[in-house]
Design a protein around this ligand. Structure first.
Ligand SMILES: Nc1nc2c(ncn2[C@@H]2O[C@H](COP(=O)(O)OP(=O)(O)OP(=O)(O)O)[C@@H](O)[C@H]2O)c(=O)[nH]1
Length: 423
């Protein structure tokens, strides 16, 4: 195949297209464009299918052909336009070919051979070229990773915009992990999670399932990302979805589900969950766990005298007062129901719990809510305390029951007092 022959082939392709299709405002709008593109790809394949392996690897040869055509005889405007399109397709096709070659080399670990298998299907290049374009314009960060080596082969523009890292900053998964997860403890967690997801993907012959990760960006900011992986043979495509807003919304919904609407402290459901957790933890480490059950005295009469709205305000004030009196982060306050509240105190003995109960009593006294039907003339509370340190023959239910019995005893003593459960 000589130069003249090849130039002739390109020229006839251009002419054929001009004759066969509509050409409007320098755009190729014909329904035949795809078909034409296909013939162009076949021609490119033919142009590089030379017996000389050097020429096969040398795209300049085809560039030269295009330059020669453009520089030769005077071309009509329309011919030049179509020629430009064909040249553009050539560049796209050759880029796709290079990508495909790269995959074949990694696959075989063999030097590039003359006319490898992959060049036999020019339409495959067409697909890869589309993939390459899609990769660039995807609205979310994505990166291409070699599954075997962990090398990050390519990141798209959105990846750079969101995280601030280029492929030079993060050339492989190791450097990505170091930069994106600078805290070593969190990094270890991330690696475990990722490894787990990879194994799942391998076992089920599936894509890598999505998980949430807190990613540190180049400027020091952090974003919550849902990261998954799409298997594309020797490589996988890591896809990042911004999960910040969704997780915030989930947090709010979760809070709402566990918050008592009237008093704005945790509700009974949350308490039950928390109790199970704390009870198990304390049992495991054979630590102490205390709880206080608090009940407002003569609340029925309060409602009857001052009205339900005043009753609601009173419940809110008492709840908030209890919550602000209990200050350790591990302590927990909830509305147990009606005019009853609970305080859970991990790693706290009876004396400690009694001290907290007395603090609460004082704080409620300080609210000085008038209650004409109580002995003092002010609203008061009664409390029952239980502490557990020996978990044999005990469970959550008996733990709460003992505190409740103590409360019952406090009420019987005339109210406005604190009772400790009997061991
Ligand atoms: N305003 C208001 N009242 C409530 C709410 N939940 C429960 N109550 C009232 O709390 C009162 C509790 O009454 P009881 O269980 O008889 O207890 P008490 O009157 O406090 O008597 P002792 O506990 O024995 O001192 C009832 O009248 C309930 O209607 C609420 O959300 N808002």
């Amino acid at each position: 195949m000589n130069y003249a022959y090849q130039i002739n082939k390109i020229n006839s392709l251009v002419e054929h297209y001009i004759n066969e299709s509509d050409f409007v405002d320098s755009e190729l709008l014909s329904s035949k464009t795809t078909e034409f593109k296909k013939s162009a790809y076949h021609l490119f394949y033919e142009l590089i299918k030379l017996k000389n392996p050097h020429i096969f690897q040398e795209p300049n040869h085809v560039h030269e052909l295009f330059s020669l055509i453009k520089g030769s005889t005077a071309k009509k405007n329309i011919e030049l336009k179509v020629l430009e399109h064909v040249e553009h397709w050539w560049l796209e096709w050759y880029f796709a070919l290079e990508m495909d070659e790269k995959l074949s080399i990694e696959k075989s670990d063999m030097p590039m051979s003359y006319l490898p298998q992959s060049t036999l299907n020019p339409m495959r290049k067409h697909e890869i070229s589309h993939y390459a374009r899609l990769f660039t314009v995807l609205p979310m960060p994505v990166c291409n990773v070699c599954a075997k080596t962990g090398d990050i082969l390519k990141v798209n523009q959105r990846f750079v915009d969101v995280f601030g890292y280029t492929v030079e900053d993060v050339p492989n998964l190791k450097s990505w992990w170091e930069k994106a997860y600078p805290d070593p403890q969190y990094r270890a967690l991330v690696k475990d999670l990722w490894q787990d997801s990879l194994e799942k993907a391998l076992n089920n012959n599936n894509d890598i399932p999505a998980n949430n990760y807190r990613v540190s960006c180049r400027d020091g900011s952090q974003v919550m990302m849902e990261i998954s992986g799409i298997d594309i043979g020797e490589e996988f495509l890591a896809v990042f979805n911004d999960a910040t807003e969704r997780l915030e919304a989930e947090d709010i919904l979760r809070d709402m589900a566990f918050l008592d609407a009237l008093t704005k402290i945790a509700n009974r459901r949350r308490f039950d969950e928390k109790l199970t957790h704390e009870y198990e933890q304390s049992k495991e480490c054979e630590g102490m766990l205390s709880m206080i059950i608090i009940d407002i005295d003569h609340f029925k009469q309060f409602n009857d005298r001052y009205g339900h709205v005043a009753g609601d305000t009173c419940l809110y004030d008492v709840a908030q007062t209890i919550a602000s009196t209990v200050s350790r982060p591990e302590d927990f306050v909830a509305r147990y129901g009606g005019e009853e509240f609970v305080v859970l105190l991990p790693q706290t003995d009876r004396q400690g719990a009694l001290f907290i109960a007395e603090q609460i009593q004082k704080a409620v006294e300080n609210l000085a809510i008038a209650h004409q039907d109580s002995f003092t003339g002010f609203l008061s509370i009664s409390m029952g305390i239980n502490t557990i340190s020996d978990y044999t023959n005990s469970d959550e239910i008996s733990f709460v029951k003992a505190a409740d019995n103590a409360l019952y005893y406090a009420k019987k003593q005339g109210r406005n007092c604190i009772a400790l459960s009997s061991e």
